[in-house]
Design a protein. Structure first.
Length: 278
């Protein structure tokens, strides 16, 4: 990188970092105010709009430009998505009212952990063997009219391909007789698959955040696939395979850099809406 390039990168980093820290402090102050009001009034404030607003601003601060294709179905739904990075959470929370199923470590991450907790994320301890209990919680949420996001790969990936979907949690949709909507997420930088955003292996959250703050904007495509109706006789394994196929095919569509009209036709006629952030 040239000297000028390093200067530009440094300016970008310190500008974004300063904005991020201010945003973090304001977020904490707002949360404290909300908690105090709730304590005094004995009433809980609906955090849905607050979380959505914070997610939108966070995406802007990180330089994430979101392009969505397809429509999110209304009403209760189990949504599944391939998992690339912790940034998937604010991106999806910025556009969809839902709860997440995430690993317990996410709860301790700055701001992201707060967003996850405030949208009612169901945290899972990896290897704890509590899948039956978690599935029951998911079923109860779906039966109660809520929507939940599950990352059935069970881990983050480079985004180059989609790993096998684990069927365990998908049984919650079958038990609740609730439709399932698949989502494909893919990151691009300079017209190529992005290798900076993926949060894999032993990557550290703070170090990863700093790398994102240094670099120019990244584009993320979010493809919302047609929802699938499920029945009590549905096999979780068969459902997992079908959803995996949808998400994988969506990744191919995005990687081939098809236009919006091509994405729309590939999604079987679903409408397309685009929102650019950052």
């Amino acid at each position: 990188m040239s000297k000028l390039g390093r200067i530009v990168e440094s300016i970008r980093f310190f500008t974004r970092l300063s904005a991020f820290l201010v945003f973090l402090l304001l977020s904490m102050a707002t949360l404290v105010s909300v908690r105090i009001f709730e304590f005094c009034s004995r009433q809980r404030i609906d955090r849905a709009m607050l979380v959505k607003g914070y997610s939108v601003v966070l995406c802007r601060l990180l330089g994430i430009r979101i392009q969505t294709h397809g429509l999110a179905m209304e009403g209760s739904a189990l949504r599944v998505c391939n998992h690339v990075s912790w940034t998937d959470i604010p991106i999806l929370a910025a556009g969809l009212p839902l709860r997440f199923l995430a690993k317990r470590e996410v709860a301790s991450w700055p701001l992201i952990g707060w967003i996850a907790r405030e949208v009612g994320t169901i945290f899972v301890q990896r290897g704890a063997g509590d899948s039956a209990k978690v599935r029951q919680a998911l079923s109860a949420t779906l039966e109660g009219g809520g929507s939940v996001m599950v990352f059935p790969e069970g881990t983050t990936t480079t985004g180059e391909s989609v790993k096998r979907f684990h069927p365990n949690m998908l049984g919650a949709a079958i038990e609740a007789k609730c439709p399932v909507q698949a989502i494909t997420i893919a990151y691009h930088r300079d017209g190529q698959p992005d290798w900076l955003v993926p949060f894999t292996g032993d990557d550290d959250f703070v170090a990863h955040l700093c790398r994102l703050l240094k670099k120019p904007a990244v584009r993320v495509d979010v493809l919302l696939h047609p929802p699938l109706a499920v029945s009590a006789s549905e096999s979780p394994a068969a459902l997992a395979q079908l959803l995996h196929q949808q998400v994988s095919e969506g990744l191919v569509i995005v990687r081939e850099k098809k236009g919006a009209s091509d994405c729309q036709s590939s999604l079987h006629g679903s409408n397309e809406s685009g929102t650019e952030l950052g």
